[in-house]
Design a protein around this ligand. Sequence first.
Ligand code: DGL
Length: 279
Amino acid sequence: MIGVFDSGFGGLTIHRALIDALPEQDFVYLGDNKNAPYGTRPPIEVLTLTCAGLEALFAQGATLVIVACNTASVVALRWIQQQWLPVRMKQDGIKRNAIGIVVPTIEAATGVSWHDAAKEEGGGTIAVFATARTVDTGNYPFEIRKRRPDIRVVQQACPELAGAIEAGAPRETLRAMVQKFVKELEDRELGGHAPSSVILGCTHYPLVADLFAEQLPPDVPIIHQPEATAAALKGYLQKHPEYNVTSGGKRVFLSTGYSAEALPLIEKFWGGKLEFQTI
Ligand code: DGL
């Protein structure tokens, strides 16, 4: 069983792609909607909530968890992998792992995977839109520059956007927010011009990807984080068959408590009804 964790509904954008790529796999999804948004919380709270979320998924039988939340990935994942999981394994002897979504996204955006040498290919500007916490860590610019020093990376924090999506804000409100954030970035960093490509570095933002596309010239690619993560998970399971154990496509959806107002947008994206158990 594979766990998928997000601060709320945003991780469903990743989850959809994972199910489409691996339909036979068993998945359990947990959205910590009650504590969302994570993006404005202090790092220690993000770390504590992420560990609690992983524990809840382990209790459901997940041994591999996709941390489908950029904020949790950049703040907590390294510590979880290097410090917490090895100690956690000593408690019950079960091998578990957690993998994130930032590295697959950056590999897709740069065309350079972690084991390849850095390359330079004519530059350009990548604009990263993310939560305030993700932007603060500087993780995206750092990881991109390691692979592609020729690329300029500019970032825009979109502090209220994930929270507004979670709360089911009207589309016009979301459109005005996206318009403001894109303009702010272009005016501050790019002399009013558009970037050469865009990363939506928050799992909630694919739910409003069309609103970002409206604000950008049609030839500016938006890097698709769900597909990049699905390809990475497929590759990971080939290399680690111990996590590739399935009973044929079980689906469980858990939430710590959500706003029903947001469901229409999420179910439209998902393409069907979603039944959540509250834990
Ligand atoms: N969806 C999460 C992310 O990818 C965080 C949104 C939030 O809870 O602030 O960063």
